[in-house]
Design a protein around this ligand. Structure first.
Ligand code: KG4
Ligand code: ZN
Length: 360
């Protein structure tokens, strides 16, 4: 079964082909440079870029893989949550393709696709506790299978990646700041007392990261830290601009606060009676590329004697392969959608009833 995956939920246009569970091709166009000018994703620009690139990316993908549109059995498209205009571009393309070729349509939950992505590289083991940490979401799940996600907790405000991006912006780092803060943190020394571990003093598995950016801004004001002063004369960030290691230390302290908070809530999920039968811990999303978080969650899984499942960095950030793979898994289970499928914007739950048994 050949499944085309389409990912246009935020600012990356990415299309991929999965055949019988194996990735056979992927084409991606990143918009990081477009949005970096504004310090964050500009939704209207994102949808314009998707509309510009989706056609050429599809042509290149099919040509490189040596396949024709009529070879596609299933078109899996990220249906949400995401930016509405961006989702609509991928959705319109997917539906047109299904109409033209007779392929089956499957709308994929973008968050579930993130957590299933590792299945392209190794066998997934269920039930699992899933930690999804991205620029738009921070969620904990109990996962019984590709169609069995129960959300245990979510962020009430900023996502973990958003916390990195916003703190990085204050420090004068380019968007998205997570990766560069990670690199800087590796050179710095963390002060464990500098930032709070937010929203731990309760029984809930929800997160709240918005206070961390306030803590960063308060600290910068108190310590008289100027973001512009952290750049060198050419405006580039680097060791020269951070000769005293001030930026690296701040990034290390901030990263520790985010990582320890994620660790603690994941640990609490693992001791829930509902998760006692979990065999693995799956982590995914852009922030799962963070080197400190990877080490901590791996250690946690080891402590609980669970299999630790983490996609490689390229599969952590948004990509078409994860849509294609999640769609392929669901198609294998006999699911499909009608062409009346609607996208789900950020902040709204993707309905569980969206999948129906395929009757063919
Ligand atoms: O999953 P993703 O590509 O897009 C969303 O669906 O949001 O995640 C992007 C997020 C950004 O906030 C980015 O700063 C963060 O992932 N990120 C990182 C790292 N690499 C990417 N955060 C911390 N450490 C990293 N190494
Ligand atoms: Zn994502």
């Amino acid at each position: 079964m050949l499944c085309l995956g389409i990912e246009t939920s935020c600012d990356d246009t990415s299309l991929a082909l999965v055949e019988d569970g194996k990735l056979i091709g992927q084409e991606t166009s990143s918009q990081d440079k477009v949005h970096a000018l504004f310090g964050g994703v500009v939704p209207e620009l994102a949808s314009r870029e998707h509309a510009r690139f989706i056609g050429p990316l599809f042509d290149r993908l099919m040509e490189t893989a040596g396949r024709a549109a009529l070879d596609i059995d299933v078109v899996a498209v990220a249906r949400g949550p995401g930016l509405l205009g961006s989702l609509l571009v991928g959705m319109a393309f997917a539906k047109a393709l299904c109409l033209g070729t007779g392929a089956r349509l499957i709308g994929v939950n973008h968050l579930h696709a993130h957590l299933l992505a590792a299945g392209l590289e190794r066998e997934l083991v269920f039930p699992a506790v899933g930690l999804l940490v991205s620029g738009g979401h921070t969620d904990l799940y109990r996962i019984s299978g590709p169609d069995g996600f129960t959300r245990l907790g979510r962020t009430l405000d900023d996502a973990a990646g958003e916390a990195f991006d916003k703190a990085g912006k204050m420090l004068g780092l380019p968007y998205p700041a997570g990766r560069i803060m990670d690199e800087l943190a590796q050179r710095g020394k963390a002060d464990p007392k500098l930032f709070p571990r937010p929203y731990l003093d309760n029984d809930s598995l929800d997160f709240s990261f918005s206070g961390l950016k306030t803590a960063m801004s308060v600290h910068m004001a108190k310590a008289g830290i100027q973001p512009a002063g952290l750049r060198d004369a050419s405006g580039e960030l680097g060791v020269v601009a951070d000769a005293a290691g001030e930026l690296a230390d701040l990034c290390a302290s901030f990263t520790l606060a985010v990582v320890e908070t994620l660790y603690e809530k994941t640990r609490r999920a693992l001791v829930l009676p509902a998760c006692a039968d979990a065999k693995s811990v799956i982590m995914a999303g852009g922030v799962a590329a963070n080197s400190f978080l990877r080490n901590k969650i791996e250690a946690l899984a080891g402590q609980f004697n669970k299999d630790y499942i983490l996609p490689s960095s390229g599969l952590c950030t948004d990509n078409g392969a994860m849509s294609a793979y999640a769609g392929w898994l669901l198609a294998e289970k006999g699911y499909s959608h009608g062409l009346d499928l609607v996208p789900v914007p950020r902040g709204k739950a993707v309905p569980l009833d969206m999948l129906c048994a395929h009757s063919a």
